[in-house]
Ligand binder design. Structure first.
Ligand code: CP
Length: 305
C-alpha cells in the first residue's frame, strides 16, 4: 500500500504486520537512544485542519525517531484562512516534494480526495466521522499486549458512536481480527444501519458491558451536535457515564480504554479513568509506536530515486 487511508481495505495480515512492527517500535522508544534512519532524507508534512494533541505530536515524534524531516503545517496561520481550498493547499505542498503527508480534516472523504491529488504517500489522521486508522491500530496493539490476542474477545464501545471515526475504524479492525463487538449508546447517537457493520447494539450500559473484556469509552462530541440533540451532561453521565457501578457488569479483569481527549465526569468517572483497570496512558505510548510502524511500512513503498 502506498497510502493508509482507512482500516477498510486492509487485510488481517496487513494489520498483524503493522502490529508486529509496532511491537519493535515500542522497544526502540523505551531505549535511551531512540533514533533510526529509515526515513533519513525524507520529508514528512503534518497537515491538521482540526485540533489534535495526541495524533499530531505522536506523528511528529514518530517521524523524527525514524530520521525524517518533519514539518508541522500550521493551518490556523496558513492561506486556508484566506480562502485557499484543500486541493490548492495540497497541490502547493506537493510542489515542495514531500514524501509523506499526514492529514486530519473535518470532512469525511477529504483525505481520500487529497491522496488523489498529490504524488506522495498520504496517511489519514482522522477525516470527519469516517476513519481514524492509526487510532484503531494503537488500540489493537494495546489490547493485544494485555490480553495476548484480539480474536474472541468481547469489546464494548460506548457513547457517541454517531460522530466517531474512532468507533468506525475500531469496529472494522476488531471484526477483521475476529473479536465480538458490542456498542452502547442512546438512539440519537447511533448511526442508522450500524448493525450492518457486524456489531450487537445495546441501549443499556449493564447489558452492553455484560461479558466485556474491553470497555472503550468515547467522548461526547458536543461540538458536532446542535439544539435539542445535545444531551444534558448530568443525564448523560447517569445513564452512559462509566463509573464503578456500571463497570462491575463487565468481566472482573476488564480493561478500560478511551482514545482521548476525555471529558471527565461526562462519559467517564475520573476514578475509573485513573484507576487500575485504565489503559488510557498506555494507549498514548502505543500511539507513537504504531505511527512509527505505519511510517516505516510506507517507507518501503517510497521511490528510491
Ligand atoms: N485520539 C485522538 O485522536 O486524539 P487527538 O484529537 O488529541 O489527536
Amino acid at each position: 500500500h502506498r497510502h493508509l487511508l482507512g482500516i477498510e481495505g486492509l487485510q488481517p495480515q496487513d494489520i498483524l504486520m503493522l502490529l508486529d512492527r509496532a511491537e519493535a517500535a515500542v522497544e526502540i522508544s523505551r531505549q535511551v537512544e531512540k533514533k533510526k534512519s529509515v526515513l533519513r532524507g525524507r520529508t514528512q508534512i503534518n497537515l491538521f485542519f482540526e485540533a489534535s494533541t495526541r495524533t499530531q505530536s505522536s506523528f511528529e515524534i514518530a517521524g523524527k525517531r525514524l530520521g525524517a524531516d518533519v514539518m508541522n503545517m500550521s493551518v490556523s496561520s496558513s492561506s486556508v484562512k484566506k480562502g485557499e481550498t484543500l486541493i490548492d493547499t495540497a497541490a502547493t505542498l506537493n510542489a515542495m516534494h514531500p514524501d509523506i503527508i499526514v492529514v486530519r480534516h473535518h470532512a469525511a472523504g477529504a483525505v481520500h480526495l487529497l491522496a488523489q491529488k498529490v504524488g506522495c504517500s498520504v496517511i489519514n489522521a482522522g477525516d470527519g466521522a469516517h476513519e481514524h486508522p492509526t487510532q484503531a491500530l494503537l488500540d489493537a496493539l494495546t489490547i493485544r499486549r494485555h490480553k495476548g490476542k484480539i480474536a474472541r474477545l468481547t469489546v464494548t464501545i460506548c457513547g457517541d458512536i454517531l460522530h466517531s471515526r474512532v468507533a468506525r475504524s475500531n469496529i472494522i479492525l476488531l471484526n477483521a481480527l475476529g473479536a465480538r463487538v458490542k456498542v452502547v449508546a442512546p438512539a440519537t447517537l447511533l448511526p442508522s444501519g450500524i448493525e450492518q457493520m457486524g456489531v450487537e447494539v445495546c441501549r443499556d450500559m449493564r447489558q452492553g458491558l455484560d461479558g466485556a473484556d474491553i470497555v472503550m469509552m468515547l467522548r461526547l462530541q458536543r461540538e458536532r451536535m446542535s439544539g435539542a440533540f445535545i444531551p444534558s451532561v448530568r443525564e448523560y453521565f447517569r445513564y452512559y457515564g462509566l463509573d464503578r457501578e456500571k463497570l462491575s457488569a463487565a468481566k472482573p479483569d476488564a480493561l478500560v480504554m478511551h482514545p482521548g481527549p476525555m471529558n471527565r465526569g461526562v462519559e467517564i468517572d475520573p476514578e475509573i479513568a485513573d484507576g487500575p483497570q485504565s489503559l488510557i496512558r498506555e494507549q498514548v505510548e502505543m500511539g507513537v509506536a504504531v505511527r512509527m510502524a505505519v511510517l516505516e511500512a510506507l517507507a518501503a513503498h517510497l521511490p528510491t530515486r
